[in-house]
Design a protein around this ligand. Structure first.
Ligand code: NAP
Length: 503
């Protein structure tokens, strides 16, 4: 059970503690932040509302702990990460339980998130050992006008303090996708978990604590992003920000200093369906892509752009599958569970009502109880409806009928987002041309958009992000190249003759 057994020390009465200087602490603010259970709409957990002074203290510790961590041999850093991964996987139950209670993630998927996170930490440790153990050696005479008098050695060095801010929908997985690359690369790490998802993150951080990482190297500051976020992101000690979330990322980018940013933001992933597509495959992928975790995924299918000639048939197939989705509590592994908050449910309802007023065809009756919204397929959506462009982050999938592939590509490219997209066709040549034409970070051919496997590059164009994730890309983003140049008095060639006379 969350906050018991091995995890008992992270709880103080009914409020979870924050983590600093290798210890679990109670904030001097005397205040806490409530975490609502999205399904019951009652307070489930409480976390500390940390103060600015506590942030300052954590940053100082992170700066000094990083100095000795950077001198810790790479194999030792990897060893500790493997240890943390094993502890995390051995103790998945309390983390999975808190994911169910604080973000209403179905129980099975919650376990999968924790296991996947352990695998990601281990993969990162292995990849880090390989890519950080290698440097480059360059010779000067490859550039015009130079003799071979300079040997250039390059290696990757850490940036310093990395600030990690994950979103509510994959709080554990998207936290470790920042923590593991930062640590293997020799950085220290300050985590600000999402409020909904904070308790799962605190349990995850305790696994790193139990693995024996040095004091001060990892910290976890809790509190509302709207209250403590600016102070964290604009803190002068921060050398890199890795953020995943919505539009907040755009304002952070405008305020942050001259530091590397990894921003993974929203998406409006289009699913383009050509008339030769396997419609059963498309229908299954719309269900998986549009309705998994109730549509609260950055890479959810958020608009279907289907050729008019096959639209009726596709809509019927998807409708039949929607009818089979179960709706209810996350504990019972229902396909559709409550969305994260009342404001989120209200926002989704606003998009649905706008579509209704403007004449969209409702394939199911709209139904909502509290934060629970029944799955909804909207046909005959037109570009003047908000749902054609905005990210519902809920179990609602709009279908726009198109008369040409160009129309589909134009709709996809007119979006201010550019995260992922997908195209369904049996013609691989057409698929490649469409993929090239779509202005998105990734295009999936004959499958729904997806972030994983976690070592694949993952990036958004336009308002969907800055930089690229995926294990290797994250390690590279959290390091800087350092070079040392050896200057020789005369050109030197290995196996060259006459070297004695030049000495
Ligand atoms: P969000 O509201 O932007 O919050 C993300 C994180 O930012 C949370 O930890 C939040 O803390 C924190 N935050 C809020 N205000 C802040 C501020 N002023 N300064 C610093 N941090 C602040 O996003 P969300 O609702 O959790 O997640 C949904 C969004 O994330 C969707 O748009 C989705 O598409 C996107 N997403 C993108 C990816 C990707 O990889 N591209 C993956 C998953 C999700 P609090 O919880 O305390 O407010």
């Amino acid at each position: 059970m969350a906050g018991t057994g091995l995890f008992a020390e992270i709880l103080d009465g009914e409020v979870y503690k924050y983590y600093a200087d290798g210890e679990w602490k109670t904030s001097s603010s005397g205040k806490s932040v409530a975490i609502m259970n999205p399904a019951t709409r009652k307070t489930q957990y409480k976390v500390q509302a940390c103060t600015q002074e506590e942030v300052n203290a954590v940053m100082e510790l992170a700066k000094s702990a990083q100095k000795s961590w950077a001198k810790t041999p790479l194999w030792k850093r990897a060893e500790l990460l493997h240890k943390a991964a094993a502890i995390l996987k051995d103790n998945k139950a309390p983390m999975a339980e808190s994911l169910v209670k604080e973000i209403a993630k179905p129980a099975k998927d919650s376990v999968t998130e924790v296991v996947r996170s352990g695998d990601l930490i281990s993969y990162c440790a292995e990849e880090g050992v390989r890519i950080l153990g290698e440097g480059k050696f360059l010779l000067s005479d490859s550039f015009p006008g130079n003799d071979r008098t300079k040997y250039c050695l390059t290696s990757k060095i850490p940036l310093g303090v990395v600030l990690a801010i994950p979103p509510f929908n994959y709080p554990v997985n998207l936290a470790v996708s920042k923590i593991a690359p930062a640590l293997i690369a020799g950085n220290s790490l300050v985590l600000k978990p999402p409020t909904q998802g904070a308790v799962s993150c605190l349990h995850m951080v305790h696994c790193f604590h139990l693995a024996g990482f040095p004091k001060g190297l990892i910290s976890c500051i809790t509190g509302k992003g709207s209250e403590i976020g600016d102070f964290l992101t604009m803190h002068p000690a921060v050398n890199c920000i890795s953020f995943t979330g919505g539009d907040t990322g755009i304002s952070i980018s405008k305020k942050a200093g001259m530091i590397p940013l990894q921003m993974e933001l929203g998406g409006k992933d289009a699913c383009i369906v050509l008339d030769d597509a396997d419609l059963d495959l498309v229908a299954s992928n719309i269900i998986k892509g549009g309705f998994s975790y109730s549509g609260q995924r950055c890479t959810a299918v958020k608009v279907v752009l289907v050729m008019e000639s096959v639209a009726d048939e596709l809509v019927e197939k998807v409708k039949a599958k929607v009818a089979k989705l179960t709706v209810g509590p996350p504990e019972e592994n229902s396909d559709i569970t409550a969305v994260v908050s009342e404001s989120s449910a209200n926002f989704i309802e606003g998009l649905v009502m706008d579509a209704k007023e403007k004449g969209a065809t409702f394939c199911q009756e709209y139904k909502r109880e509290g934060n629970l919204i029944w799955p909804l397929l909207l046909d005959n959506v037109r570009p003047d409806m908000r749902i054609a462009w905005e990210e519902p982050f809920g179990p609602v999938v709009p279908v726009l009928r198109i008369n040409s592939v160009e129309e589909g590509i134009n709709h996809c490219n007119a979006s201010n987002f550019g995260l992922q997209g997908c195209v369904f066709t049996k013609d691989i040549n057409k698929a490649i041309l469409i993929s090239d034409a779509m202005e998105t970070g990734t295009v999936q051919i004959n499958s729904a958009p997806a972030r994983g496997p976690d070592h694949f590059p993952f990036q958004g164009l336009k308002d969907s992000g800055i930089g690229s994730q995926g294990v290797t890309n994250s390690i590279n983003l959290m390091t800087k190249v350092k070079t040392t140049v050896i200057n020789l008095p005369t050109p030197s060639y290995s196996m060259g003759d006459g070297f004695i006379s030049r000495l």
